[in-house]
Design a binder for this molecule. Structure first.
Ligand code: F2R
Ligand code: MG
Ligand code: MG
Ligand code: MG
Length: 313
C-alpha cells in the first residue's frame, strides 16, 4: 500500500504542462509548426503551453472553487479562456465560440457533431481528475464522463478520457505494470470500448519488447493523431515504457512519432509525473509555472483535509 505524496501531485500537473510545452513545437505538419514558431513564446520569452494545459487549468480551478464537477461552470471557463493562439482543435474552437455567444453547451456540441466530438480534448485534461478522486474508481469514472461531455460527448472521447484518468490514479498509487494493464482492460471491456481493446493488446506486446520498439511501429500500431482512439493508448504506452527512465527520453520518443506531439506528451507527461514526482522532472521554466505549482499544491492540501476529516469521523 502506497501513501500518495505531495510531490506526485506537483509532478502530475508540472509533467502535464511540461509535456505540452515540449511537444507543441513539433505538433502537426510544416504549417502548424511554422505558426507555433511565431506564437510559442510569452512576452518574457518563456515557452508557452497550448489548449491542453489551458483546459486542464480551467478544470483544476473549477474543481477547487466548486468542490466537484459543475458542467455549467466548466463550459463557461473553457469558453471564456478560449484564444486562437493556443491551437485548439477545429470543432473545439467552433464549440467554445458558440458557448461564448450564449448558446448552451449541450445544443452547441450537438450542432457541430450530432454524436459529439471524438477528439482527444477531453483526455488531455483528464489526468487532473485523478488528483481530486485519488481513491475511488467509480467516482473517478463518473467525474470523467461529466467533465468530458461538456466538450466531447462521443463515447470514444469519454472512454479515452477515462482510460487516462484511471491510469493517472494507478500511477499515483504506483501500481505495477500488469495491474495497470489489467485495470485498463477491464474498464475497456465493461464500458464496451472495443476500439481500445485491440490497441491495448498491441501496447502490451510492444511493452514486452521494451527498447527494440521503434517509432514507426508505435505510430502504426497505437496511432499519433488528434482523436482519442489514436492517442490515448500511445500516451499510456510511453508512460509505462519510460516510467523508470528520464522524462526527456520519453518526450524525445513522443516527438519522434510526429502528429499530435503536444497532446501525447501532455498525457504521458502527467502520467510520468504522477508516478515519479516533480523533483525528477527537468528544471525547465515555462509560462505560469508558479501558478501551476500553486494549483497542484491547493488540490493536494484539499485532499489532505478530506482524508484527515475521514480519519477523525
Ligand atoms: N488542433 C490541434 N492542433 C492543430 C492540428 C494538428 C494536426 N493537424 C494533426 O493532425 O496533428 N491541437 C489541439 O487539438 C487536439 C484536441 O482536439 P479536440 O479538443 O478534441 O478538438 P476537436 O476539434 O473537438 O476534435 C478534433 C478533430 O477530430 C475530428 N472529429 C472529432 N469528432 C468528430 C466526429 N464526431 N465526426 C467527424 N470528425 C470528428 C474533427 O476533424 C475535429 O476537428 C489536441 O491535439 C490539441 O493539442
Ligand atoms: Mg494543444
Ligand atoms: Mg469538440
Ligand atoms: Mg495536440
Amino acid at each position: 500500500h502506497h501513501q500518495i505524496l505531495r510531490e506526485q501531485y506537483l509532478g502530475c500537473v508540472q509533467g502535464l504542462a511540461l509535456g505540452d510545452v515540449l511537444g507543441a513545437p513539433y505538433e502537426g505538419g510544416p504549417l502548424e509548426r511554422a505558426l507555433w514558431w511565431c506564437l510559442g513564446k510569452t512576452k518574457q520569452g518563456l515557452p508557452r503551453w497550448t489548449d491542453d494545459t489551458q483546459m486542464s487549468i480551467n478544470l483544476l480551478e473549477s474543481l477547487l472553487d466548486l468542490q466537484g464537477i459543475d458542467q455549467e461552470d466548466l463550459a463557461q471557463r473553457f469558453a471564456l479562456s478560449y484564444h486562437w493562439t493556443r491551437g485548439y482543435g477545429p470543432s473545439a474552437a467552433k464549440l467554445l465560440k458558440r458557448i461564448r455567444k450564449g448558446q448552451a453547451w449541450q445544443s452547441a456540441s450537438r450542432a457541430i457533431h450530432p454524436q459529439g466530438s471524438f477528439g482527444n480534448g477531453a483526455a488531455m485534461r483528464a489526468p487532473v481528475l485523478a488528483l481530486f478522486y485519488p481513491q475511488d474508481r467509480v467516482q473517478l469514472i463518473q467525474a470523467t464522463e461529466r467533465s468530458a461531455v461538456v466538450t466531447h460527448a462521443h463515447p470514444l472521447a469519454i472512454a479515452g478520457a477515462t482510460i487516462i484518468s484511471l491510469a493517472t490514479q494507478d500511477m499515483l498509487h504506483r501500481r505495477n505494470l500488469e495491474e495497470i494493464l489489467a485495470n485498463t482492460l477491464s474498464f475497456c471491456r465493461e464500458s464496451g470500448a472495443q476500439a481500445f481493446v485491440k490497441k491495448l493488446e498491441a501496447a502490451r506486446t510492444l511493452l514486452v519488447k521494451q527498447g527494440e520498439v521503434k517509432a514507426p511501429d508505435i505510430r502504426r500500431q497505437l496511432g499519433n493523431g488528434i482523436t482519442a482512439v489514436d492517442s490515448c493508448l500511445t500516451a499510456l504506452y510511453l508512460a509505462l515504457r519510460f516510467r523508470d527512465a528520464p522524462f526527456m527520453e520519453m518526450i524525445e520518443c513522443a516527438i519522434k512519432l510526429g502528429g499530435d506531439t503536444d497532446t501525447i506528451s501532455t498525457m504521458a507527461g502527467a502520467l510520468w509525473g504522477a508516478y515519479n514526482g516533480d523533483e525528477s522532472l527537468p528544471p525547465l521554466d515555462f509560462e505560469e509555472k508558479g501558478h501551476l505549482h500553486q494549483l497542484a499544491l491547493a488540490v493536494f492540501e484539499r485532499m489532505q483535509t478530506k482524508i484527515d476529516a475521514q480519519l477523525a469521523s
